[in-house]
Design a protein around this ligand. Sequence first.
Ligand SMILES: Nc1ncnc2c1ncn2[C@@H]1O[C@H](COP(=O)(O)OP(=O)(O)OP(=O)(O)O)[C@@H](O)[C@H]1O
Length: 364
Amino acid sequence: MSFTQTDILKALGTVEDPDLKRDLVSLNMIKDLVVSPDKVGFTVVLTTPACPLKEKIRQDCEEAVEQVVGPEVAINILMTSSVTTQRDNAPLLPGVKNIVAIASGKGGVGKSTVTTNLAVALAQAGAKVGLIDADIYGPSIPVMFNCEFEQPAVKQVNGKNVIIPIEHYGVKLLSIGFLTPPESAVVWRGPMASAALKQFFSDTDWGELDYLLIDLPPGTSDIHLTMVQTVPVTGAVIVTTPQKVALADAHKGMAMFRQPQINVPILGVVENMAYFTPEELPDNKYYIFGQGGGQTLADKFEVPLLGQVPLVQGVRESGDSGFPVVMKEGVTAGVFKDLAETMARQIAIRNANFTQTQRVELKV
Ligand SMILES: Nc1ncnc2c1ncn2[C@@H]1O[C@H](COP(=O)(O)OP(=O)(O)OP(=O)(O)O)[C@@H](O)[C@H]1O
């Protein structure tokens, strides 16, 4: 059977990215196509290393090509990834492909826990990840990453001081907590915290990143405004528990991101503490904070429910010991890995379908 590069591309043009609902050829995901009489080889460039559909896409490609070349010809497919972005030519942080705000309405719903485990899960999948802990009221990221007594280094670049983030578990980190001694109860005023956050964006050597996650303070604050005025944000993830009070506050937080003058796309809702599970009986689920609230909230804003994280003793213990639960074997680690994949997919969908978020201009 004879075939050409054009035949192979035509075959691959029938394979769809299930999320982006377009074929791999027009999405420019096929690279390095080599065709010889007994061999076909090419690379599929996925939109994220945390792609749960990797195996399905590979199989679909193989089947489509085999229909053209027959079973005797060897098909070599290399699966790689290049995270997509809408931040090309951004004046600030041009090396950062996606900036993702992690927000909640109410405090204590597990926003920092979710951010920590998402960041580590993305790094484990092979992504380049950064994390800014902007939670002035309780910067808990240094504890959760077991680096509360470390200080970021500063270097001089062209006569200017540049902060070097701390790196733990494959994640580059900066926290407002690094600026205050752990034991001292420093009360940060809004303007001080806003100035610190601006420095984290403008005077920090983040290098190349696929995802920069920002752990925001609960509710709506000056910090939120500083963020959207300083950098265009790719999207926001809202963390809530299923309790009525938490959902009501999450609703307000989501409405803020949707305000025309803010206009940050909401990537989805994470329902944390969705149900209690005793570690020794993982199939038993007790909906102690109520059931279905996260889904209802997501439906109301027509965004996906990205995942449900159980209330498990190990999550709290891992947070306190500075060894994120996603790094351990087990059901809960799997939940966070799935969550990271789902979020990465939503970012890819957002980048394929929407234009760049605009930085918010302050109107005076
Ligand atoms: N799924 C869970 N299972 C068990 N414990 C959890 C879970 N999620 C969070 N926790 C625990 O709940 C407490 C609050 O979590 P966390 O600090 O992440 O919340 P937060 O929303 O970031 O709080 P803040 O109001 O400080 O922003 C922590 O002790 C954490 O370990």
